[in-house]
Write a protein that binds this ligand. Structure first.
Ligand code: URA
Length: 423
């Protein structure tokens, strides 16, 4: 390991056997955290070649089990988002795509920090459960067409260990490490096609579009090299998606989209990703908008919720306390920055600081206006929800400078929500 560390420190490349040995030895505990942390930092500083990133990804896949959906007799296609604020797209997207007869095996995560987690959102629904066995997953893919569940502990265990180490050593932000981390799990999951939603902007993992593009291209190359048809959309996360940030409120908004309504940006991104997924699955002309308005996607949603133990008709949890912020002047809502709104929702209880924390499903923020909308003095701008009113002060601190009302001439529109496609 010392030889490997010296090689990477001095900008050399690691061979396939070296990378295989390192990941195997680290997974078994033969290489310790201190040496692996030094390697992660050397990779962050000096990068990796495309073949090194591929070798690292394959070695992490080989550290655990892989899933195989070949017996289903259906094309499989999945989506991964690098995460954002108000990003509830998986909820309407999975049933929408599954309603076209393809199988969508969506292994999702829980929220950590300011970005929400799909499983936390769905757990707002009474009875719904995220933990399925591989057999249950297979049966549901056959019967319903789609599943959203937690990844089993057996999938890419080397990545779990390395990601936890990166989290405490300032090495999360290395593109070769992010790309191999995400793609090892997605390739091990066994999907045949994959669409990546790679975000840029204030609420995204990568704020800068050039870094997002670099990450997206690295992941697209990894997927295609491993035989998974992969493409990526670069999408704007400067402002929250939709009008809700939280858990139960994001389920409510997703249901509006499945009922043929919902905020324009959520609908636009859902349709763009659904078209991309279905194109990779061999249905380039699928009428995705029609499946929302006809109720076909909603039917699949209801069957999916029931299959995972949930009651699709149960009332969603409601917060005990609320606090509305009103416009102090008239004009146009000039700004609404995703990151501070995400942090505020987190402080209200919608997110967690440690993996073991519980989320408050009813906590979060409802936006009453989007950037660019006209505002009249005294009009409600947004409402905070929590189970404990003492949380409002710290949430409001996070929102200091996050929004502004001013003259229409000062409003600077953002570029398109879906900025680029990479394949
Ligand atoms: N998500 C992952 O799964 N891995 C990373 O490295 C970053 C985000």
């Amino acid at each position: 390991m010392i030889d490997l560390l010296r090689a990477k420190r001095d900008r050399g490349s690691l061979s396939t056997p070296q990378i295989d040995w390192m990941i195997d030895a680290y997974t078994r505990g033969y290489v310790g955290d201190e040496q692996m942390a030094a390697m992660a930092m050397a990779i962050l500083l000096n990068g990796m070649t495309r073949s090194e990133v591929r070798d690292l990804t394959l070695a992490m896949i080989a550290s655990g089990e892989t899933m195989n959906f070949d017996g289903l007799g259906k094309t499989t296609v999945d989506k991964h988002s690098t995460g954002g604020v108000g990003d509830k797209i998986t909820l309407p997207l999975m049933p929408l795509v599954a309603s076209f007869g393809v199988a969508v095996p969506q292994l999702s995560g829980r929220g950590l920090g300011h970005t929400g987690g799909t499983l936390d959102k769905l757990e707002s629904i009474r009875g719904w459960r995220a933990d399925l066995t591989n057999d249950e997953m297979m049966a549901q893919l056959r019967d319903v067409g789609g599943v959203i569940c937690a990844a089993g502990a057996g999938l890419a265990p080397a990545d779990k260990k390395l990601y936890a180490l990166r989290d405490i050593t300032g090495t999360v932000e290395a593109i070769p490490l992010i790309a191999s981390s995400i793609m090892s799990k997605k390739i091990a999951e066994g999907t045949k096609a994959l669409v990546l939603d790679v975000k840029f902007g204030s609420g995204a993992f990568m704020q800068d579009i050039a870094r997002s593009r670099e990450l997206a291209q690295a992941m697209v190359d990894l997927g295609n090299d491993a035989g998974v048809r992969t493409s990526a959309l670069l999408t704007d996360m400067e402002r929250p998606l939709g009008l809700t940030i939280g858990n139960a409120n994001e389920v409510r908004e997703s249901l509006e989209v499945l009922a043929g309504g919902g905020p324009a940006d959520v609908v636009e991104l859902t349709l763009a990703l659904a078209s991309e997924m279905l194109a990779l699955a061999g249905q380039p002309d699928a009428d995705v908008a029609g499946a929302l308005t006809s109720g076909r996607a909603m039917d699949t949603w209801r069957r999916f919720i029931v299959a995972q133990g949930g009651d699709p008709d149960a009332a969603l949890p409601v917060a005990q306390e609320s606090h509305t912020v009103y416009a102090a002047s008239s004009g146009v809502l000039l700004e609404q920055l995703a990151l501070p709104f995400g942090i505020a929702a987190w402080r209200l209880g919608a997110g967690r600081a440690r993996a073991t924390d519980q989320v408050v499903h009813a906590a979060g923020i409802d936006l009453h206006l989007k950037a660019g909308d006209a505002v009249t003095e005294g009009q409600p701008l947004f409402t905070l929800f929590a189970d404990d009113a003492s949380r409002f002060e710290r949430a409001l601190d996070a929102l200091d400078g996050a929004y502004a009302v001013g003259p229409a001439a000062s409003f600077v529109p953002r570029g398109p929500l879906v900025a680029e496609r990479l394949a």
